[in-house]
Write a protein that binds this ligand. Structure first.
Ligand SMILES: Nc1nc(=O)c2c([nH]1)NC[C@@H]1CN(c3ccc(C(=O)N[C@@H](CCC(=O)O)C(=O)O)cc3)C=[N+]21
Length: 294
């Protein structure tokens, strides 16, 4: 039996409507609009697309967006100066520095300079620590989007074996953390899983993946997860976005895996749209906390 295709776009749309209402209520009550500052350094075409998508999402939900474009030869000092200015700007609730930064700039140095209360990517060690302790202030956008897809598709993670493929700081590591949390960290049933993390140094990956009830693919290798790695009936969430000669594809070999999985996310139209909508939610949360009416 072929898998149910999980429609990330539709789920994101639903959440976006909820956020739009909350933003309107916040703006009416506080008299000020939440604002997101996006910093884009250089001319990377994929980054330009993502940042434009984020700006459009801001417009749709009623969040002010402040765009800062800097040339590729910007120095770390210049970038730190801008971050300090945004930290001090009351109109800016959230700050996003689009990654990757051009070579030569120490990414950690820049990200650590963002005020943790404006860190809507949830990359600052302060916020990462809070997530790992199960008392999050922000949730990282992509893993939170995955949790929402599971939750809103009726895929319970509690008691299940979830295998996360990939150990990045941005997706794999926080994803594993959220899936294993005792108490739900995002108001959903998608937690309390037994979690295994696989990565490039895992010797018997296909064998481990075949024991998973839920597979989260976040390794950045096109069509890496093949049908022989998936247990019949498993749910497969594809976080990968790879640009190949024949277009955009995920980390999952969609055509073969959809024959064995019970549910699968497509690329595009899966996790990506959720990432952006969870960023909108974090910006609203930031504004709420800063206004002291959380
Ligand atoms: N500071 C920072 N925060 C990020 O959250 C961040 C980042 N840097 N750098 C790059 C990655 C990537 N990312 C995506 C967001 C949305 C889609 C998305 O909406 N994708 C659509 C369309 C994809 C397309 O057409 O290119 C889809 O999957 O359906 C994809 C990727 C956020 N990132």
């Amino acid at each position: 039996m072929a898998a149910t295709i999980l429609d990330g776009k539709a789920i994101a749309k639903q959440i976006e409507l909820e956020i739009t209402e909350r933003v309107a209520a916040f703006t009416a009550k506080s008299g000020s609009q939440p604002g997101l500052a996006a910093v884009l350094v250089g001319e990377d075409p994929a980054s330009q697309v993502y940042v434009r998508n984020k700006q459009r999402a801001c417009e749709r939900v009623g969040i002010a967006s402040f765009m800062h474009r800097l040339p590729a030869n910007t120095t770390a000092e210049g970038l730190l100066k801008l971050v300090a200015q945004l930290n001090a700007d009351a109109q800016v609730s959230g700050i996003l520095v689009q990654l990757p930064l051009p070579g030569g700039i120490d990414q950690t140095l820049i990200l650590d300079a963002i005020d943790p209360s404006k860190d809507v990517d949830c990359f600052h060690p302060h916020n990462v620590g809070l997530v790992s302790q199960g008392r999050p202030r922000f949730l990282p956008c992509t893993p939170h989007g995955v949790m929402q897809i599971l939750h809103r598709s009726g895929i319970a993670a509690a008691g299940k074996h979830a295998v996360v493929i990939g150990r990045s700081e941005i997706v794999g590591k926080p994803m594993a953390m959220m899936l294993m949390q005792k108490d739900s960290t995002c108001g959903s049933s998608a937690a309390n899983a037994t979690v295994t993390v696989c990565h490039s140094r895992t010797p018997n990956m296909p064998e481990i993946c075949r024991t998973a009830d839920i597979v989260i693919a976040a390794i950045g290798k096109p069509r890496f997860v093949t049908a022989d790695m998936v247990k019949p009936g498993a749910a497969v969430i594809d976080v990968g976005i790879n640009r190949t000669e024949d277009g955009l594809c995920g980390d999952v070999d969609f055509d073969s895996v959809k024959q064995v999985a019970s549910a699968i996310t497509p690329v595009p139209g899966g996790v990506g749209p959720l990432t952006i909508v969870m960023l909108m939610e974090n910006t609203l949360r930031a504004a709420e906390w800063q206004a002291g009416n959380d």
